[in-house]
Every structure is written in C-alpha cells, then in structure tokens.
Design a protein around this ligand. Structure first.
Ligand code: PGA
Length: 239
C-alpha cells in the first residue's frame, strides 16, 4: 500500500522536522513496509535522511528549471534537496488556484521527463456527480487529458472534490465503482483521498483496486497519520 500525507498550507519548517522524526521512529519500531509519502509546504522542503520507504515530495512546482516566475519554485529548488516526488492536479490547485488541464499536463510532461514519481489527482465536484456515472467518468477522463497513463512512476489519486476536507468521505461503493473504471486504463497504483481518517481507513483500504490513501486533514498530526499506517499494516497481516 501507499500512504501519503498532504500537509497543504499547514506545518512549519520546525514542525515538519519534528513530524518526520516521529514518523521515522514509528516506521522503524513497527517495521512498516508500506510506501509512505509526505508532502510538506514548499518552505519546509529539506534533505531529510529517511528510510527507503519514506519519501518527501513537493505539493507543486512550476515546469521550469529556474527563471522569472514570481512566487513559484522550479526544478533547481527541488534538486537542492534531492526531491524526486511531486503532487500534481490536486483539486485545490485546479479549483482555487484555477490551474488549467493544459498547465497541469505541461507540469506532468516536465516532471516525467525528469523521472519524478508523480502523484496525479483527479476527482469530480458535486454537480458532476449528481449528473450520473457517465458524466463523472467523462469529467475525470478530461482531467487525464495529455497525461501518459503508462508512465512507470505514476500514482493516480481519486479524490472527489466534495469529500475533500469536509469530514464526509465517499461511500465505499462509489469509490469502488470509480477505481474499477480507472483500472481499465491505468495499471499504476490507485489511491483514494477525501476525508480519510483512522475510523474509515480500514474500510477504504479494503476496497478492490484501492492501492492506498492520500490523506489531508487526518495526516496533519503525526499520531493520527501513524494510526492509519498501522491500520494498513494490520490489514495486510489479516490477508
Ligand atoms: P482531506 O484532504 O483528507 O482533508 O479530505 C485530502 C486531500 O486533499 O488530499
């Protein structure tokens, strides 16, 4: 399983360091084998010494090595810390920051060419879900336009917009239906994200074709994120 933490605009440089230390101790003491990804804010990116199954990634970057793009960071800033993992297409960047599919696809190509592991997010807003499954699939495939689905370092996260940060996760049946649809064209690992927490992690991780979780709110406290990692471990042992 892949368990990822999206800090969004939370945590400082100092608290991220403390978080990573807590997490490292936890991963070692529980002998966790799952792949763990952490996406801190850009100001907290750093060269962390970490075990091979813990990677630190960027929540966003501009598709340039360097240049004049005020407020953005590029490849040079990621290279400084050996960052080779990036989150792209997150709903907050699509809807709040108004990132177009064209720009997201450009970022995808740029970071793919540089061999980055890419966690690529898709997900429908409520008004699309209400139009039915066919409309939903069409919408999600629009978000996959010009994305190389065969890229070997691709991870796709399905995150329905209405489930993000609302405390209300999608129902297992609904998640299953979308993941099964995506699986027809995507061999890459498929994650679910949207109000995942310790109380629903087991049920979601048990869904067919679900290869892991992308967690926002419930990842911001290291204890809660570790609790979810442990749930995943126990589930694997039960199988
Ligand atoms: P959430 O966020 O867990 O707070 O719903 C998930 C995400 O946006 O990746």
């Amino acid at each position: 399983m892949i368990i990822a933490a999206n800090f969004k605009t939370n945590h400082t440089r100092k608290s991220t360091r403390e978080y990573v230390e807590t997490l490292k101790e936890f991963l070692a003491s529980k002998e966790i084998k799952d792949q763990i990804l952490i996406f801190p804010p850009a100001t907290a990116l750093d060269s962390f010494s970490s075990p091979s199954n813990l990677k630190i990634g960027a929540q966003n970057a501009y598709p340039v090595v360097n240049g004049s793009f005020t407020g953005e960071i590029g490849l040079e800033q990621l290279d400084e810390f050996g960052i080779k993992t990036i989150l792209l297409g997150h709903s907050e960047r699509r809807h709040i920051l108004k990132e177009s599919q064209e720009l997201i696809a450009k970022k995808f190509s740029f970071f793919k060419e540089r061999d980055f592991e890419i966690v690529y997010c898709v997900g429908e807003p409520l008004e699309i879900r209400e139009k039915g499954f066919e409309a939903l699939v069409k919408y999600i495939y629009g978000q996959l336009e010009n994305i190389d689905l065969n890229y070997d370092k691709l991870i796709v996260a399905y995150e329905p917009v209405w489930a993000i940060g609302t405390g209300l996760s999608a129902k297992s049946e609904d998640i299953k239906e979308v993941l099964n649809e995506l699986r027809k064209d995507i061999k890459a690992p498929l994650l679910y994200g949207g109000s995942v927490k310790p109380s629903n992690a087991k049920e979601i991780l048990s869904i067919q074709n679900c290869d892991g979780l992308l967690i926002g709110t419930a990842s911001w406290k290291a204890e809660s994120f570790c609790e979810i990692i442990e749930i995943s471990k126990k589930l694997a042992e039960e199988k």
